[in-house]
Ligand binder design. Structure first.
Ligand code: PMT
Length: 405
């Protein structure tokens, strides 16, 4: 399935940190995303993981010598600098950071860093005391001034036994930062509120009514907006997903809680995208104690309607600065007419209609096939895409709507 990183040429500088072993897995992930990865290893890096490991994972020659003429008799640092959409230095050791900050050029990595016009991203990873040392902090500040993107290391237990800042960030954090470099920055300055996931409507302390939403679609919408420069708030029902980096994520459980959080935050927001599968109903009564088979007769369950969050937002449109509204319609039949009906009834600007009966779209899966409907009844049918790509296609359309406001 397509990824925004497909065909991107990434030159990966691996330097002397024990975290080099984790970066081997990053290469596999980048390859799965369809990127090409060419690795440069510093002498220190090669002491932690062999070049053979990275050659096998990347499928490309690993460069460790500035004067090796192994690139078809070209000058490696110039060729690598040209064949590069991103220079990623991970892990970035204290020594590599110092060398880059001083503009040294006596090894392949530092020379490529001077010669390339591509963005450069550093993932510092080292002992906490080394990371916090004024020399390292000064070097990082200097590189930030040069326009280098620096991903803050994680805080936690280090291989050396210390505890503090200096751990290599998780891959999903690094991947989000990489995607942000390549994403069109057409939502800079915009504020966005996204809802995602299911809601749980309690029956008793153990049981609840819910649905099969995993949150993947909504989280992809929030992550894509953040990558494109927006300030993003995500209101999420219960999921097992990582909160997207750089997104203000608010966890809720019930439809009423999602209503309260969404309505209280919507005013002044530029765009609201409601990808959440909000329970339309909740049990009329919520038992304080677990219902016992003996007492709870297998009778009927009385349901009470939950507030329709999107309908409420639609009714308030036109008053003061109210957001552009994007809804999702989870349909199993008569998709487009149902989508049009909901768009009109809820006074939306865009409706994303998805067929939840398809094996590869809707609830729980990593892909979706949606049709975008707008208030002029313009219809845009998207092919089967990853939810990540679907999210970007939705933002492409929303960005055009924002520009036409
Ligand atoms: O989370 P995933 O596993 O990735 O699955 C994605 C998805 C299928 C959940 C998602 O693509 C989707 O379709 N979300 C909307 C599901 C839904 O509730 O659709 P609906 O047709 O029942 O509701 C229409 C719109 O009204 C939705 O934007 C919904 O958020 C909103 N709504 C519904 C009920 C309610 N009480 N308040 C609402 O705001």
């Amino acid at each position: 399935m397509s990824s925004p990183l497909a065909a991107k040429r990434i030159v990966l500088g691996v330097t002397g940190s024990i975290a080099a072993y984790k970066v081997a897995d990053w290469v596999r992930s980048l390859k799965r995303d369809g990127a090409t990865v060419t690795v440069i290893m510093s002498k220190g890096g090669a002491r932690f993981v062999t070049p053979l490991t990275f050659a096998a994972l990347s499928g490309n020659h690993v460069h460790d010598d500035m004067f090796s003429m192994s690139m078809a008799e070209q000058i490696p640092h110039i060729e690598l600098a040209k064949q590069c959409d991103l220079l990623l230095v991970a892990p970035a050791s204290a020594d590599a950071i110092a060398r880059l900050a001083q503009g040294l050029a006596d090894d392949l990595l530092s020379t490529v860093a001077l010669a390339t016009e591509a963005p450069i991203m550093l993932c510092p990873a080292m002992n906490s005391k080394m990371f916090m040392h004024p020399a390292t902090q000064t070097n990082l500040a200097r590189l930030a001034e040069f326009g280098y993107r620096i991903i803050k290391p994680d805080v936690g237990a280090m291989a050396c036994g210390d505890d503090g800042p200096g751990r290599l960030p998780e891959w999903h954090v690094a991947r989000h930062a990489i995607l942000s470099i390549f994403a069109r920055q057409d939502l800079t300055g915009r504020s966005v509120l996204v809802t995602a996931g299911p809601t749980w409507e309690p029956l008793d302390p153990v049981r609840f009514l819910s649905n099969r939403s995993s949150g993947k679609m909504g989280y992809a919408v929030a992550a894509a907006a953040s990558q494109r420069g927006a300030s993003v708030t995500l209101i999420s029902g219960p999921t097992t997903l990582h909160a997207p980096p750089g997104v203000n994520t608010i966890q809720i459980t019930t439809a009423q809680e999602m209503y309260d959080e969404t309505i209280s935050r919507a005013e002044g927001i530029d765009v609201v995208v409601k990808a959440a599968a909000v329970s339309d109903f909740r049990p009329d009564t919520q038992a304080d104690q677990k219902l016992k088979k003996a007492t709870a007769k297998a009778g009927t369950l009385t349901l009470h309607a939950n507030p329709d969050i999107l309908q409420t937002l639609g009714q308030r449109k036109g008053k003061c600065h109210y957001p552009l509204l994007v809804g999702f319609a989870a349909e199993s039949e008569d998709h487009l007419n149902e989508g049009r009906r909901k768009l009109r009834e809820k006074n939306l600007d865009l409706m994303v209609v998805n067929d939840i009966t398809g094996v590869d779209c809707g609830f729980g899966v990593d892909t979706n096939r949606v049709t975008l409907l707008d208030y002029n009844d313009a219809t845009e049918e998207l092919p089967l895409l990853s939810k990540e790509e679907t999210a970007h296609r939705i933002w492409d359309r929303v960005a055009r709507l924002l520009d036409s406001q």
